[in-house]
Structures are given as C-alpha cells and as structure tokens.
Write a protein of this length. Structure first.
Length: 1118
C-alpha cells in the first residue's frame, strides 16, 4: 500500500495536544517516572473499559473493513519481523516508521479512530529514536511489542466484533508523553539542524514533488474556504492535505514543515468548529502560512536547512488559543526577517549595488568640486532611493545609515554645514560600510548595524572637530581590522573567489540572465560556428567532387560517341565483306539481330549517361542552396555571437569603488595617505577577465601602499607631497587589454631582494644579474622581504599567486621600478576569452592561428633575401612603411623545426606583427587564410608555455594552437633573440622548399601522389588535364612535373612537347607516370625529352629517390 493513504491521521489526539501541555504540573513532575519505568499493559478487568473504546463506526462497510485488516496485517508483519530479529540494543529503521505511518493513515481512512491513535503514537515513539540515531533498548522494544499487540486486538475487535478489549491506558499515557517530548525536541532543534545526510535523497525528491502539488491544492482550496468558512467538506480536504504534507515532511526529515502543518491542521478544525472566528485577519494569517510553506519547500529543494518560523507558529497559537501570551496584530505587523520576500530582496540587492557604485562616483566628483550643489542633490537622491528600498526589503540597518547620510547632505545643501576634508573622510567611510552591509545581505548574513557611523555623523553635524578626528581614526582602524579577520591569505582569496561568487547566485531566481548561463550560451554559439565551418568544408569538397564528376561524364560521353562511330564502321565493314550471303535489297545491315543488339546497348549507355548528367545537375543545385543557407546562417550566427559578447562586456569603472576602498582601508591601518587615480575607467572588459583580474589588482594596490608609498614623515623628508598617488590606467593595445598600476613611492628595494635571494640560494654573491632580472624574484613562491607578518604583507604568498592567476588568463605581468621614484606593474590580458578573428599559418608540419588584431601586414620575401637574413651574423632587420621589424623564423622561435626556404627566385610569406613598441617579421611556411575562431581554454600545463594563449577547433576537427604574439615578440627581442639567431646559424638544415606539379585525370592518383609528396616536404599543386597544367604553369613555375599520358583535351606527350618548346619551362624535369609501358611509348617520350618514364603502379621510394636525383638534392623531407 502506498504512502498517500497516510493522509488521514486521527485529528483527535493532535487537537488534544495543547490541552495536554496546559494540564496540571503534576504530569510534569511525574515525567521521569513515566520514562524510567515502562508501563505494564493491564489484562485484568477489561470489561470496565469496553464502553470507552469505540474502535470504529457500528455500521462499518464490511468490504472496507476487510481491505483495511489485510493491509494492516502486512504493515504489522514488517514491525514484528524487526522485533523478532532483535536480540540486544539495535537501531530502528525507516521501514518501521513508514509502516506505522501508513498504517495510521489507513486506519483513519477506515474510520478506525483508536487504531489510528495507537498507530500514530507508535509512529512518533519510533521516529524519535530514528531521527536522533539512538538505539532501541530491550525494554523499549517490549513497549513497541505491546503496542503492536494492542493494535492486533483492536483489529480483531473491528473484524470479528469481539466483545472485550483489554485496558491499555498506561501504555497510551506513556506514548503520549513520548510524543510531547518529541514535539518539544523538534521545536528546539528545527531552527538550527541541517537536513540529515542519512535521509534517502530519493525520498526527499519524492516528498518535494508531492509537496508542490499539495501546496498548489491548498492555495486553490483556500479561496473556496474563504467564501464558505463553515464548510466541513472543504475543511476535511484542507485537513487531509495538511496531514499528508506533515507526514511526508517528517518522514523526509523536514520537521519545521511538519510543525507548521500540524498547527495549521488544528487551526482549520478550530475555525470549522466555530471556536475561532473566521475573519479577514484569520485567513490572511493562514495564507501567509501557506506562502511560508512554499518557501520552506523551495529551501528543501535547494538543499538548505529548513528552520521553523517561531514567530509564525506563535501567531497561529495565539489565534487558536487566545488566552496565551502575545497579540496577533502586533505579531503580524512586526518585522520578521525570515519572512522577507525573496524576489523583493533580490531586486533590492541588484539596485543597491548600482546605487552604491554610482554614489561612489558622484562622491568622488564632489570631493574634486566641493562647491557643486548639483552633485550633492544627485547623491542625496541616490541615498533616498537606497534608504527606501532597504526598508521595504527589511534591511533596516542599511536604511538607518542611509537616512543619517541623507540628513547630513540636507544640512550641507541648506547651508547649516560646510563641506570639509573631515566630512569627506566620514562620507567615504560610510560609503564603504554601506557596501559591506549590502554584501552581508547578499550572502544571507545578519546585516551589521551602523550605529557607530550614525554617531559619527551626528558628531560631524555638531561641529566638534576634536571628537570628529578621534572617531574617524577609531572607526577606520576598527572597520579595517574587522574586515581583515576572515581573510587567511591572498592565495585563498584568489583561488576561492570565483567559487564563492557562484555559490551566492546558484540557488536564487534571477531577474537578469545568470552569468554562468550567459557563458554557456557563448560557448554554444562558438560550437555552432565550429560545426558550420565543418559543414562549409564538406559542402566545398562535395562541390569539388561534383565538378570532377561533370568532367568524368563529359569524358565518358566523348568515349561513348567514339565507340558508336567505331561500332557503325565495323558493321558496315563486315556487311561489305559478307555481301554475297545477304540479300542487299531485302535487309539493311542495321536491321540484322547481330548488329542491332550492339547498337541497342550503345543507345542505352547514352541514356544512362544523360540520367547521370541530370542527377549531377540536381546535386549541383542542392549544393548551391546549401551554400546560400550556410551564408545566411553565418550572418545570423555572427550577429548572435556579437550580441552575446556585448552582454559579457562590463565597464572597468564598476570595480573602481572597490579598489578605492582597498586603498583607503590599507592606508587607515598603516597610517599612510594615498589617493587612487583611474585613467580610462570607461573602457570595457570581458566579464570573466575582469572578475578574475580584480583580486590580483587588489593585492598590487595593497603592495603599493604597504611597500611603495612612504609614511607622511618620510615623504616630507624626500620633498614629496604628504599624500602619495597610485594610478591605474586601462588601455587597448592590439589584441591586449593593458592595465598599468603606477605609484610614486620609494620603489622596490633591489638590494633587499638580492640579499634575500642569496640567502635562499637562488643566486650567488658574484652574480651579475641586472635590476630588471633581480626584481623577477618577487614572483617566486614564498619570496618576501618583509621583516614581520601583518594582515597586509609578509606572508610570501602574494605576487606569485598574482602572477599565476594572470598566466591562467593568458596574460603577462611586467615590473619596472626606480628607486625613490616608484614602481610600475604592467598587466597584459587578452581582450576576450571567447571569440577572435585569426590568420591560420603553416609552420613546419603544424598549423597555428595568429590574432588579426596583432598583425600589421603581410609581405612576401624572395629566397635570397631570407637566406641573407638567416645567415647574417648581424641583427636581421626588415623595414616596412617606415617601421623596423626583427626577422625571425617561426619554426625556430616556436621550437618545432628548422627554417624551410622557397626555391630560388620564389617568394614566401612573412607576417609583420607587433606588441607594444616591439615589432617582429615572422617567417612562416604558408598561409591558410583568415577566419573567425572560437577560443578554447587550455590546461595550466599548456597555458604556462610562453607564446600560447589558447586553442581552437577547425572545420575538419583539427585542434590548432593560438599564438600569443605579445609573448613571442618579447621573447624574440629579448636576450633570447641572439640565441635563436645562433641556432639558425648552427643548423645546417636551412633548405629550400620545392614545388611539384601532379598532372593526371584520375582523382585517386592525384590525391595519393600529392599526399606522398607532402609527407616528404614538397609543396604540391595539381592539374586535372594537360590544358589545366599549361594554364597553371603560366602563373607559377614548378620545380618538377609528374605527368600522365592519356588525358582529355591535351595528353601527356602534348604537354611535354609544349614544355620543352617553352623557354621558361624547358629546364623543368618531367617524370612520366602511365600504365602504357610499351617500348613504343617509352621511345616517343625519350624523343620529346622526358627525363624519366615510370609505369603504374609505382613504388613510393623509387619515385621519391628519382625526384631527389633529378632535383640534385639529398636528405630532403621530414
């Protein structure tokens, strides 16, 4: 029997609970005796109690009674099997709880009230041990046995009309006391105990699904009940639904939901019976309770603890027991934090964040222009909105502090108070506190009050400057220390920041699109681009094969026409020869059977050829339609990607207030003064990049204040202004976003770093490292020159984590410092992590992608010019458009091979790239065209390799690495460039890349031969017949030609003759490869001037060796 039958539990016992709780104190004093001494079930004198035990209705439906007794027997067997297996202390199981719970519901449905009551008491008795994970002792098992025996007798009385039922009042009182203890324990623990991990997750899932349906039914039925409060039918429906929800929630471990359902059951009965007046306040309270039930089920769905709402339970108790303490109206009008509208809170948090960010900007403008009253009005308007939203959402501390801030601004506007430096210090502190309070609200924490700042504002309004100065310092230091307490180190901040942000939003409904969903959509759009590229490539190959098929059909048609002419000639010849035996006047040669059959086959072949041509035309039309659709899809997909990328771009100014707070708080703790200036704050960055770079930026700002900016006294001694300046500038350079953090402090102490590095064994006393090289030690793990550990510095886990995080983003970190003048940190990051336009290039046997934004231009250099560059002992410089570029071979720079030069007189592509002030002429082996690529993240092993920023997937499924041009340029122009040039000079394998032309009308031969030559390092071009070959040779001269004999339009002998008669082509070696291997054909080829003659099929090694011999080279190929 399924659990839904547990809907109908006996309400009598539950409605009596409050009465039991308010009975005389004697019951409470006797409680220890009740628990310590197990009651004995009396079997004597049962007759006296017979009349009190009305097991069920006298006229009970016998069919229903029979069904109930059989079902009850099954449930009792489950309990008895457990009892029989017990030999010592043991733990009860959920199976027993489920059996007793279902039995209770079935008894209620069968209107067997006493059986339902006993089943309910046993259910609660066993449940208490299961939930607390306490084993049942032998005497407690005996209690359970006694209860089962009583139910057995009750069922026997119900079915067989047995006249006697023994007295079980002692057992009943004992179990009722256990129920009261259970309810009290649940009331005490439900607010703090999380959902038990031992509860079956499948059971919870079933409960939540059932609860959604029940709550929907309750809300619908409630409207009918309000229209007819005294309807017993409606109350019975509500009671049954609440009872089912209560039983399921307690079985699933959500006792808070069960408690609320239990008291709502009682309330519904009181209202239906007329004991409680059904008015608007009453129904409002019940409707609020149903809303609370929905919220609690949602919390259960999200895996959160589900605490009971003590205020709501108290309100309902006051409703049904008006003599108890508490006033409903006061409770309903009180501020209940737990009952805050989650949607309203979410809206406020989003709006509040925008208001505080905008308020920071306005405040900064007001500080720069203190006499501008329009800025004060704008700031006051923002605070007024924040105050109203906070109070509506239930965050009164935020509203109170915002109100005090607003009042101060009104005083300034009305001339009662003048703007001053002290005031601005206070207002900046208030802005920081408002931001922190909003963050607390967003994390679901208790919002701290702002009483100290409200008092500070009141002091400011009073005009006591001495108290103002003291309180500003006390408040700033206290706030900084409090804020620093939960931080362990910067490494934890960097590693967990993103995860915490994700957890903050994962369980909330969002008015806006969630960030993770947007990231997924961008990835999906990128995947669509990859699949489209693959489809385009396949359609292109399909069209190429169609063209080949058209040529084959044309060739076959010509061959068929010749066959028809030859066949007819043969028929006429044989007719003339045999004319003596045939009557010329009676028969035409074509009418004879032996001649008409071959003619018929010829005609049939012609028809089949026409059909094949028609199919080819149909396929060609389909290919054109597919190309048109792909073009349209490409346009729509591009717009989709651009739109998604725009939504991911956020202005850098959103993070400026946060960085100002870091500077102010660090200065307050260290007793220093510094101002933060931001240049280019309106520039936009990819949200993923900005979120991950903000923690490194904050660390660098703390470093600038702690290690860079001097104390006011020291700055005065150096003739500097008392307040230091830290400048953050944001700019775009090619494919990179460049962030520079510059301070005017003391600079990095190179000597301290040198001594520390020597003490760690990282360098020797006689090392001649430059200051630029020495400063790189601060990026090593565990390196710190601080003499003491503070909340700000000295842990040695700072800059190495910053550097690693920037590397993970595909960026670089540069450091320049001058003693006494300051330090500059330069961060270069990719503009976006999702999409890019890139040029695909061949380098050695590999393909790489170069972002188009990093390319200045493309030129083609001659063999001789490149050879001079690579063999030169001097710096290889190429001038283009007035700019100087260092010439470097890409294969050597990437470490994937040696330079491969084109043949004499030929040109090869050189890509001109730049990063910052450095420029590079990158020699590559070939260009494959430009296209839009989807940037895929690579693992830390690959991303840590200099020069690699990511990867993409081409249309053919090949993975291609994306080059980080900035890193390659910096490598090439550094001291490594000299080593690279020496490597090129030492390497003897600077060879030319030869071009071979394959001329054959067979597609298979062309493909097989081309792949063979490409594997051996040749550049290959193909021609489908003699005319095509001659046309291509007019545009580019091959180094060698592999030529077939039998081809349409122009055969191999004709092509060879043409080449030998052409002054430009007569020196090109020719290898004729054909199935015609007779002496006659060999002799003709020799007379024309063919260099070598081979038959099909050929041996690959023989062909390669012959080619190398004719070209006069050895050891060629890879």
């Amino acid at each position: 029997t399924e659990e839904p039958q547990a809907e109908t539990e006996e309400p009598q016992a539950e409605t009596e609970e409050p009465q039991a709780e308010t009975e005389e104190p004697q019951a409470e004093t006797e409680e220890p005796q009740v628990e310590a001494e197990e009651p004995q079930v009396e079997t004597e004198e049962p007759q006296a109690e017979t009349e009190e035990h009305s097991i069920g209705k006298e006229d009970l439906d016998p069919v229903l009674c029979d069904i109930f007794s059989k079902e009850a027997d099954e449930h009792l067997n489950v309990v008895e099997e457990f009892i029989l297996a017990v030999e010592e202390e043991t733990y009860a199981t959920q199976d027993i709880v489920r059996a007793l719970h279902t039995l209770t519901g079935s008894a209620r449905m069968a209107e067997a009230s006493d059986i339902a009551e006993m089943g309910h008491l046993l259910d609660i008795f066993v449940r208490g041990f299961v939930e607390r994970q306490i084993p049942l002792k032998i005497d407690e098992v005996e209690t359970l046995t006694s209860g089962v025996d009583v139910i057995r007798e009750q069922i026997k009385f119900l079915t067989e009309k047995t006249p006697q039922v023994r007295d079980y009042n002692d057992l009943k009182e004992y179990l009722q006391q256990a129920e009261r203890d259970y309810d009290a324990r649940v009331q005490e623990d439900s607010g703090i105990r999380p959902v038990s991990e031992d509860i079956d997750s499948e059971l919870i899932e079933i409960f939540i699904e059932e609860a959604d349906d029940i709550i929907s039914f309750l809300e619908t039925t409630m409207q009918s009940w309000e229209a007819d409060p005294l309807s017993e039918t409606i109350v019975a429906e509500l009671h049954r639904s609440l009872h089912t929800l209560k039983g399921g929630s307690r079985l699933a471990g959500f006792s808070g939901i069960g408690d609320l359902c239990h008291i709502l059951e009682t309330a519904s009965e009181k209202i239906a019976s007329g004991h409680v007046k059904a008015n608007e306040e009453c129904f409002d309270l019940i409707n609020n309770s149903f809303d609370r039930l929905a919220d609690m089920v949602e919390q259960a769905r999200n895996g959160l603890s589900v605490p009971a709402s003590e205020e709501l339970l108290k309100s309902i108790e006051n409703l049904i027991y008006p003599d108890t303490q508490g006033d409903i109206e006061n409770l309903l009008s009180s501020d209940i934090t737990e009952e805050q509208d989650s949607e309203l809170v979410e809206v406020f948090l989003e709006e509040g964040d925008e208001i505080i960010t905008a308020g920071n900007e306005v405040l900064q403008k007001w500080i720069d222009d203190p006499d501008n009253s329009e800025l004060i009005v704008e700031l006051q308007r923002a605070l007024h909105t924040l105050k109203g939203g906070a109070r509506m959402a239930g965050f009164w501390p935020i509203g109170d502090l915002g109100h005090a801030f607003e009042t101060l601004l009104v005083d300034v506007l009305e001339g009662r108070l003048a703007a001053s430096t002290d005031m601005f210090d206070v207002l900046e502190t208030v802005q920081d506190r408002l931001h922190d309070m909003l963050q607390q609200a967003g994390r679901g924490e208790k919002v701290s009050d702002g009483k100290d700042l409200i008092a500070l504002i009141e002091t400011l309004r009073s005009g006591d400057k001495t108290q103002i100065a003291e309180k500003i310092v006390e408040t700033a230091v206290a706030e900084t220390i409090e804020k620093k307490k939960p931080q362990v180190n910067d490494q934890e901040t960097l590693q967990h920041k993103e995860g915490e942000s994700h957890e903050a939003v994962v369980h909330h409904e969002m008015v806006r699109v969630r960030a993770d969903l947007l990231d997924d959509l961008v990835n999906y759009a990128g995947e669509v681009s990859i699949y489209r590229a693959r489809t385009e490539q396949q359609v292109s190959e399909f069209r190429t094969n169609l063209e080949e098929m058209d040529q084959t059909v044309a060739r076959l048609r010509e061959q068929l026409r010749k066959m028809e002419i030859e066949t007819e000639a043969q028929i006429l010849f044989r007719y003339e020869r045999d004319n003596d035996s045939i009557d010329k006047e009676d028969f035409d040669p074509l009418e004879l059977d032996r001649f008409s059959q071959i003619q018929q086959l010829s005609r049939s072949l012609g028809e089949s050829l026409n059909d094949l041509h028609s199919i080819g035309g149909f396929l060609d039309q389909l290919a054109r339609d597919s190309e048109t659709l792909l073009l349209q899809q490409s346009r729509v997909n591009t717009e989709l990607q651009e739109g998604l990328m725009k939504t991911r771009m956020v202005p850098f100014s959103n993070m400026v207030p946060r960085m100002r707070r870091v500077v102010r708080q660090t200065c307050a703790e260290l007793g220093k003064k510094a101002q933060l200036k931001v240049i280019g704050a309106q520039g936009e960055m990819d949200r993923n990049v900005l979120e991950r770079v903000i923690a490194p930026l904050e660390h660098m700002l703390r470093n600038s204040v702690a290690h860079g900016i001097e104390s006011p006294k020291d700055r005065a001694a150096c003739l500097k202004e008392e307040s230091g300046t830290i400048t953050i500038s944001l700019s775009r350079e090619g494919p990179d976003i460049v962030i520079r953090v510059v301070d005017d402090g003391a600079g990095i102490n190179h000597e301290a770093i040198r001594h520390k590095a020597i003490s760690l064994g990282w360098m020797t006393e006689d090392s001649t490292l430059s200051d630029t090289e020495i400063v790189q030690f601060i990026l090593e793990t565990g390196f710190s020159t601080a003499s003491s550990v503070t909340q700000i510095s000295g842990r040695g886990v700072g800059m190495d984590v910053v550097n690693n995080e920037i590397k993970q983003l595909g960026g670089t970190l540069g450091i320049v410092s001058e003693k006494g003048q300051g330090t500059e940190f330069t961060i270069r990051l990719p503009f976006t992590l999702a999409l890019n336009h890139a040029l695909l290039v061949n380098v050695s046997d590999d393909t790489f992608a170069i972002p188009l934004s990093a390319i200045d231009g493309i030129v083609r250099m001659k063999h001789e010019q490149l050879e001079d560059f690579f063999n030169s002992q001097d710096e290889a410089i190429y001038e283009y458009a007035g700019q100087r570029y260092n010439v470097v071979n890409a294969a050597v720079l990437l470490g994937v091979g040696s330079p491969i030069l084109p043949g004499n007189g030929k040109r090869t592509p050189v890509v001109l790239v730049q990063s910052g002030d450095h420029k590079l002429a990158l020699h590559v082996d070939g260009l494959l065209g430009s296209r839009e690529i989807v940037v895929k993240a690579v693992g830390p092993q690959i991303s840590s390799v200099p020069g690699i920023m990511g990867a993409t997937i081409l249309g053919n499924g090949k993975v291609v690495l994306i080059l980080d041009i900035g890193a390659l340029v910096r490598t090439a122009v550094s001291s490594q460039l000299e080593e690279i040039q020496k490597e090129i000079a030492r390497n003897k394998r600077v060879v030319s890349r030869f071009m071979a032309m394959v001329v054959d009308d067979s597609i298979t031969v062309r493909k097989v031969t081309s792949r063979l030559l490409e594997r051996n390092g040749f550049e290959v071009v193909t021609a489908k017949d003699g005319v095509d070959a001659v046309t291509q040779m007019q545009e580019q001269k091959p180094d060698i030609v592999l030529l077939d004999v039998e081809m349409p339009r122009m055969d191999g002998f004709e092509v060879a003759t043409h080449m030998k008669n052409d002054l430009n082509l007569k020196d090109v070696p020719i290898i004729m490869i054909t199935s015609r291997t007779g002496d006659k054909h060999r002799e003709r080829a020799s007379r024309i001037g063919v260099d070598h003659y081979m038959g099909k099929p050929y041996q690959e090694n023989d062909l390669i060796n012959r080619i190398l011999k004719l070209l006069g080279i050895s050891g060629y190929g890879r």
